[in-house]
Design a protein around this ligand. Structure first.
Ligand SMILES: Cc1cc2nc3c(=O)[nH]c(=O)nc-3n(C[C@H](O)[C@H](O)[C@H](O)COP(=O)(O)OP(=O)(O)OC[C@H]3O[C@@H](n4cnc5c(N)ncnc54)[C@H](O)[C@@H]3O)c2cc1C
Length: 436
């Protein structure tokens, strides 16, 4: 059987690997020049490791990708202890209750580690009873099995009810607003369940960067006779008698699409009924915008991952990559990511790299007390990277099997209730391969 796999991210690569192992004749199509999708990396002449275009790490509970690597004899994944923190603004209104006086109208940004129960107990913006109550709910979520109950209420409703209004306002509200924008209030409680369930202190990374693993995987695919067709954009798929035609040229018996649902819907108009495709038009997405900064001094002292909980700073996260991975691999430079998820009509999405830099520079300077010397910067867009897990999503998300014989879907909308990730991409690739 000739199988076409659309999309050369982790889902497509894993599907290609498992299908080729079953003896199928597999072709993997990717529109970019290199495989990797959202996890793709790049390298500068004086770097000896790749750097992902969007911040990437693994969790030690992510067995699917760890076993996948082991299966292929790839041993270069390691784990490290890292620091996660949150940035808050002690502006006058917020300060009064906590007795920390500050001149009227002046922001006072402070960073608090939020990794351990000890960090949480020292966190100054909540009272002791509030922290105990929140801690009990977090422990409950960590040990509780997945319940459909979490799908019947929003995260906001659940967190306010269980942890209290003030804990919602201080700990969660801004995180949700930054990650989900105008959809923040509609996100299901299942999202928070999955997030807490998977949280880990030790984070994993690939020696040489994720692209090293991707390149290794590409070699394995080729040794299994997979045809890897990069720089090939799929514009149209048609169905003839028992075969699929891609771009009116290539012919296949089966298709596995790992493309974002919106793109898949566009290229399969002549294959699927309008009522089937209409379902997908109800799904909502945000798009990732990531600015990578190369600086003389680190932006953050010890923290790898910084949640920005200050409403006046229009940035979602800063990830100081070189507080996780040694800067010697990047020519001795400090590397940091500044990240957002935005709607398609957000001005940020239309800005070029210089404009994005100018947009965030004044805010970064406030955080770093002006000691910021940028030596280079790079911009990355991840289209459709963040599906919105709301009630519409539950009713309309895609499934592996479609109404049309031998056309399968496996894409990042299907990792629910878990937030998308390379681990789940590998699992999707493996699971879809079982169906053929
Ligand atoms: C900002 C950000 C941070 C992340 N952080 C992490 C992390 O820390 N850890 C982690 O494990 N995961 C992380 N992820 C998620 C992870 O990158 C994805 O879940 C995973 O890479 C998805 O793989 P995929 O193959 O399903 O999709 P994709 O990687 O999106 O692959 C789809 C592929 O289809 C290709 N394509 C699209 N249209 C066409 C076309 N018409 N013709 C041919 N090819 C086409 C695309 O170029 C792409 O390569 C992050 C993602 C983002 C955006």
């Amino acid at each position: 059987m000739r199988i076409a796999i659309l999309g050369g991210g982790f889902t497509g690569m894993a599907a290609a690997y498992y299908l080729a192992k079953k003896g199928y004749d597999v072709t993997l199509f990717e529109k970019e020049k290199v495989l990797g999708g959202l996890a793709v990396g790049f390298r500068q002449p004086n770097w000896d490791w790749y750097l992902e275009r969007a911040y990437h790490h693994l969790l030690d509970s992510e067995d699917d990708i760890l076993n996948f690597a082991k299966d292929m004899g790839f041993e270069d994944i390691f784990f490290k202890n890292t620091q996660t923190s949150s940035l808050y603004d002690f502006h006058p209104q917020g300060v009064a209750k906590n007795g920390l006086a500050h001149p009227e109208g002046v922001s006072d940004y402070r960073i608090f580690p939020v990794d351990t129960p000890h960090d949480f107990l020292r966190f100054p913006l909540l009272s002791f009873p509030e922290k105990i109550r929140a801690g009990i709910i977090l422990a409950f979520l960590k040990s509780s099995p997945f319940l459909t109950l979490y799908e019947k209420q929003t995260a906001q409703e659940f967190l306010k009810k269980t942890m209290g209004e003030r804990v919602w306002e201080v700990l969660w509200q801004e995180l949700f607003r930054k990650k989900f924008g105008k959809y923040a209030e509609n996100i299901l409680a299942s999202f928070i369940w999955a997030r807490i369930k998977k949280r880990a202190k030790n984070l994993g990374y690939v020696k040489g960067g994720f692209q090293t693993f991707i390149n290794y995987l590409e070699k394995q695919l080729k040794s299994l006779w997979v045809k890897v067709s990069t720089g090939y954009e799929i514009k149209r798929i048609e169905k003839g008698n028992n075969e699929y035609r891609i771009n009116n040229i290539e012919k296949f018996d089966a298709v596995v699409s790992t493309l974002p649902t919106v793109i898949m819907s566009k290229i399969t108009q002549s294959i699927f009924s309008q009522s089937f495709l209409n379902r997908f038009s109800k799904l909502k997405y945000l798009h990732a915008v990531v600015l990578i900064l190369q600086t003389k001094q680190p932006i953050l002292d010890k923290t790898y991952w910084l949640n920005i909980c200050a409403p006046k700073i229009p940035i979602m996260i800063i990830a100081q990559h070189t507080n996780f991975i040694d800067k010697k691999h990047y020519g001795g430079n400090n590397m940091a990511y500044v990240g957002w998820y935005v709607d398609r009509d957000d001005p940020l999405i239309k800005m070029d790299s210089k404009e994005v830099l100018n947009f965030c520079l004044p805010h970064l300077k406030k955080i770093t007390d002006n000691r910021l010397l940028i030596t280079d910067y790079f911009l990355f867009h991840g289209p459709f990277a963040q599906p919105i897990f709301d009630k519409d999503f539950l009713k309309n998300k895609p499934d592996f099997i479609t109404p049309v014989k031998n056309f399968y879907i496996a894409n990042l909308d299907m990792t629910y209730p878990y937030d998308r990730g390379t681990n789940y991409a590998v699992k999707l690739g493996k699971d879809v391969a079982r169906l053929l």
